[in-house]
Design a protein around this ligand. Structure first.
Ligand SMILES: [Fe+2]
Length: 258
């Protein structure tokens, strides 16, 4: 993969997403959310590559992983009108389908193609398999962190908007009940675990899940970027201010600074 091939893929992306905008206003907001997300994950990836001192050729590969990681979101939304994988299909698998149908990686070596596809396939797993051959693992960790850095941005932006203007698919349809939080979600965060999406029953649980991702960052650069971007205190401020929740959040913030 050379810089010219990377640039061609960026041009392909812009042209690929265009027809998906041709839908109703709600759909357009949701599609635009994923276009912006993709571009910003690429930027976060560049920052991670710099901080983690990847070589220029490694960084080129990593940025292509970022560009293509969510390309399955577009056919997913067109077909099912949701970004919820459990109600539709695994969007990482859909991304691989798009990559193959569009023959995006035919100019790459076999090793590069396998590496890019594998990093994308694993980018949305709840937890990574313990045994995984490097160097793929490094790219999986990079895309998972870059993705999270931007998902936090999306949610912090979302929280600033009046509920009726929020992109409907971004909240996964969870009810926004100001005082609600599920005990199992608070307990998971309190014990330093990732809150599972399938245990979330309201929007506050979703915020707890996002705070718990602190425990799933893979590099000092990711933690530094998250601290600099200041997302966690903003999320935390919108949660119910009960002792159990405050304690669990304080532990996570302490872990981020450690
Ligand atoms: Fe993503």
């Amino acid at each position: 993969m050379n810089p010219a091939q990377r640039d061609e893929l960026f041009a392909w992306f812009d042209q690929y997403v265009e027809p998906f905008r041709d839908t109703d206003p709600e759909g357009r907001i949701n599609i635009q959310l994923k276009i912006d997300h993709t571009k910003k994950v690429c930027t976060a990836m560049e920052q991670l590559c710099e901080g983690e001192r990847l070589s220029p050729s490694e960084a080129t590969l990593a940025v292509v992983v970022a560009l293509l990681h969510d390309v399955g979101r577009f056919p997913q939304y067109r077909r099912w009108r949701t970004f919820r994988d459990s109600d539709s299909d695994n969007h990482a698998r859909l991304a691989i389908e798009v990559i193959r149908e569009e023959r995006l990686l035919e100019g790459c070596s076999t090793e590069e193609r396998l590496l890019i596809e594998e990093a994308i396939r694993f980018h949305n797993l709840l937890e990574l398999p313990a045994t995984m051959a490097s160097p793929t693992r490094r790219y999986i960790e990079l895309i998972r962190d870059a993705d999270k850095l931007d998902i936090w941005r999306v949610f912090v932006d979302l929280l600033k908007q009046p509920p009726e203007e929020r992109a409907s698919a971004a909240t996964l349809g969870l009810p926004d009940l100001p005082d609600a939080a599920t005990d199992a979600c608070v307990a998971a965060l309190d014990s330093g675990h990732i809150v599972r999406l399938d245990t979330a029953t309201c929007f506050n649980d979703f915020k707890l899940m996002q705070i718990s991702w602190i425990y799933d960052l893979h590099s000092a650069t990711s933690r530094r970027l998250l601290r600099e971007r200041g997302y966690i205190p903003v999320l935390a401020a919108t949660l119910p201010q009960r002792d159990g929740i405050k304690r669990a959040v304080a532990k996570a913030i302490a872990a981020l600074s450690a």
